[in-house]
Every structure is written in structure tokens, then in C-alpha cells.
Design a protein around this ligand. Structure first.
Ligand SMILES: C[S@@+](CC[C@H](N)C(=O)[O-])C[C@H]1O[C@@H](n2cnc3c(N)ncnc32)[C@H](O)[C@@H]1O
Length: 361
């Protein structure tokens, strides 16, 4: 059995499956998906060489619904508790020649209530498994980014899926989940969405330059202020647009100007806005069009916004919205741009999109 394993939010398996099917077809690979509702992962069945090609050539960054992706080497049935490590080793044995040595190990679970109960076990089990793999020369003694990362995904206590991903095409987080603690003074839980978006969309080595204190930002649909809170925390001066009330604690910082206007009509007086963020609950096509026009008219440098997805065929809808934005930026813009979209861990029935003009090389 070979293929690709993709982890997603429970309930989004159909969207994740539609997406991998579409992207694999673009690469000339014609496999098929297997999944079950709410299992929080999808298996894309294809030949081992095709899975290897996908693991190398299909950027995880380009997938909206997959949090993590790895090429499957083998399913493992874990009968006895004591001997789990040797079962994993047995499953890897036939791949020793082709797979060689892993550079690091990740023991994880899909994001379901049932599997999450195994997280503690996974952490514990990774210790003897790591030792056993090293003894068998299947895992390097020190982490080696040049060698593949070995994934052992416990789908339940008796079954695991073993596979690999490459360092240049993987998430740094177990299960693709960036867990963030809710700040005590955060005005709403949505604050975590923007915090995650900044960390996922802006590479760590560019954050100092692109997310700077003193930058000007606009938050459309800002109340009560969860997103504004993240901008303020990063030292920015924020125009918060919403008819609703903003948290007092934010207004007291002196960094926030509350503007009670329609977010679809508001425009900044000066072209000095770096970040535009938008969390208005509105038709996604309308939000996409608004964000695109801000960029095209030079009213912001970068934008992060949510597209709400109440419809059934979410992947098809997302593809249409993103294509529309790309087409418009391509035809009406004069500069290269970047667009990233992700169903973030803190998103629910929505995805988060990042848009920016690329700086001159
Ligand atoms: C999901 S809430 C935003 C939550 C906010 N991001 C936070 O973290 O606290 C959506 C907000 O959009 C505002 N909104 C909806 N349509 C709007 C419009 N046309 N102009 C301005 N605000 C709008 C609503 O008043 C509401 O406060």
C-alpha cells in the first residue's frame, strides 16, 4: 500500500480529498482518495514513485485544507503493547534500501477527540521508538534536515501509518498544529487566528522586517478587537473600522483609532498602510474583491483576511475565489504578487488568505 496521507480538520476530509485529487492531476498523477467522515485525515492512494513525486514537488504551502502531508510507506498493526517499536521497524524493513536513514522522528495523531487521547502515549512512545530505530540504523543519531522526517501517525491505539516527508516541504508543527495560548487580556478568541496567520504566512526570518512596531494598519470589521489586539501587541498604529464597540483596554493603549464606518466604503487618507486585515462576516467573493482593490490601488502592502465558507463544496468555492483574485491581480497589477491560503488550526468554517506585492529583487 502506498500513497499520501494528508491531515486536516475533522469534517473537512471531503475538501482535503478534492484538493489533493485536483493538485495530483495537475502533476499528471491519477490516484484515488479514501477517507471517512471526521477521521481528520485522507489517504490518497497512488504508486510509491508517484507518492515520492508528490512529497517532493507539491508544496504543502500550496494546499489550503491539508495541515500536514507525508508519503505513506506502510500501515502498521500494533498487536502487543510491549512490542510496538519492533512492529514499526518490521514495517520499515522492506523500505530500508529505498528509504535509507531518517533524519528525525515525529510520532503524532490526527486531530480527533479519540486520537488526541493518545497524544500522551505518543510522547512517551517516541523515546523507546527513537532508541530502537537508531539501533537498527533507521534513524540518525542527531537530527539531520537533509534526510527525510519519519512520521508515525497513530490513527488509534492499534493502528499506525508510517511514512516520510522532506524538510523543505513539511510543517514544523506536530500534526501541522500551531497551538497558541489565549492571551488573558485578548478581547476575543479570534485573536488567535491572526496570531497564527502572522506566524504561518510570514517566514520567521522576515518577521522583523515585515511586522514592525510603528507600522500603520487597518482592521476592517474590528470589534471587539481580537485582531486589533495582535496588531497593537506588535507595536502598530491601527485604524479599527466597525460600528460595534471596541474593547476599552485597546483604546487605552493610544494606538487605536476607532472609525465607525462601513468597511466596504472606508479608505485610508494616506497611502501609508502596511497591513490590512479583515474579518468581516460577508460573502467571500465580495471580501476577495475588496482586498484585491486595496492592493491594486496601493492602499496597503499586505493583507490578511478570512473567507467564510458556509457552503458544502468548499474546495470548489475556494478555488474559484482564489482564481478570481489571482486573475485580477495579474491583469490589472503591474508587479509580481504572492497569495497564500490556509485552513488554519484556529479557523472553523473559514479559511485565511494572505496577499502581498513582492518586493523588487
Ligand atoms: C467576526 S467579527 C470580528 C471579530 C474581530 N476580528 C475580533 O477578533 O474581535 C465581525 C465584525 O465585522 C463587523 N462588520 C460586518 N460587516 C461590516 C461592515 N460592512 N463594515 C464594518 N464592519 C462590519 C461586525 O460588526 C463584527 O464586529
Amino acid at each position: 500500500m502506498s500513497g499520501i496521507i494528508l491531515l486536516c480538520r475533522a469534517g473537512f476530509e471531503g475538501d482535503c480529498a478534492a484538493e489533493i485529487q485536483d493538485k495530483a492531476t495537475e502533476l499528471g498523477i491519477y490516484g484515488y482518495c479514501q477517507t471517512q467522515p471526521n477521521q481528520a485525515y485522507v489517504t490518497y492512494n497512488c504508486q510509491a514513485e508517484e507518492a515520492e513525486h508528490i512529497a517532493r514537488k507539491l508544496p504543502l504551502k500550496d494546499l489550503v485544507f491539508a495541515r500536514e502531508m507525508f508519503a505513506l510507506l506502510s500501515p502498521v498493526k500494533l498487536a502487543g503493547i510491549e512490542d510496538r517499536a519492533s512492529e514499526v521497524i518490521k514495517a520499515l524493513e522492506p523500505h530500508r534500501e529505498t528509504f535509507g536513514l531518517a533524519g528525525e522522528l515525529r510520532v503524532e495523531t490526527p486531530d480527533t477527540n479519540e486520537a488526541n487521547q493518545l497524544s500522551k502515549f505518543c510522547r512517551k512512545f517516541s523515546v523507546p521508538l527513537r532508541q530502537a530505530l537508531r539501533k537498527e540504523e533507521l534513524l540518525s543519531n542527531k537530527p539531520l534536515a537533509k534526510r527525510p522526517l519519519l512520521h508515525v501517525l497513530f490513527v488509534n491505539s492499534a493502528h499506525a501509518l508510517v511514512g516520510y516527508s522532506y524538510s523543505y516541504n513539511q510543517t514544523p508543527y506536530d500534526g501541522g498544529i500551531l497551538r497558541l495560548r489565549m492571551p488573558k487580556d485578548g478581547p476575543s478568541r479570534s485573536t488567535l487566528k491572526l496570531d497564527e496567520a502572522f506566524q504561518v504566512f510570514v517566514p520567521e526570518n522576515e518577521q522583523e522586517k515585515r511586522i514592525q512596531p510603528g507600522m500603520k494598519a487597518v482592521d476592517l470589521g474590528a470589534a471587539p478587537g481580537g485582531w486589533t489586539y495582535q496588531l497593537v501587541r506588535r507595536g502598530m498604529m491601527v485604524q479599527a473600522v466597525d460600528n460595534g464597540p471596541m474593547a476599552e483596554s485597546l483604546m487605552e493603549t493610544g494606538q487605536v483609532q476607532h472609525i465607525k464606518e462601513d468597511g466596504f466604503k472606508f479608505r485610508p487618507k494616506r497611502k501609508n498602510i502596511h497591513w490590512l486585515v479583515c474579518d468581516m462576516v460577508e460573502k467571500p467573493a465580495r471580501v476577495g474583491e475588496l482586498m484585491t482593490s486595496w492592493l491594486l490601488e496601493g492602499d496597503c502592502q499586505e493583507a490578511i483576511f478570512n473567507l467564510k465558507l458556509p457552503m458544502r463544496q468548499r474546495y470548489a468555492a475556494v478555488k474559484e475565489y482564489l482564481d478570481q483574485i489571482k486573475d485580477q491581480l495579474q491583469t490589472e497589477g503591474t508587479k509580481p504578487f504572492e497569495i497564500q491560503a490556509k485552513h488554519l488550526y484556529h479557523d472553523r468554517e473559514e479559511i485565511t488568505v494572505h496577499l502581498r506585492w513582492l518586493p523588487k529583487q
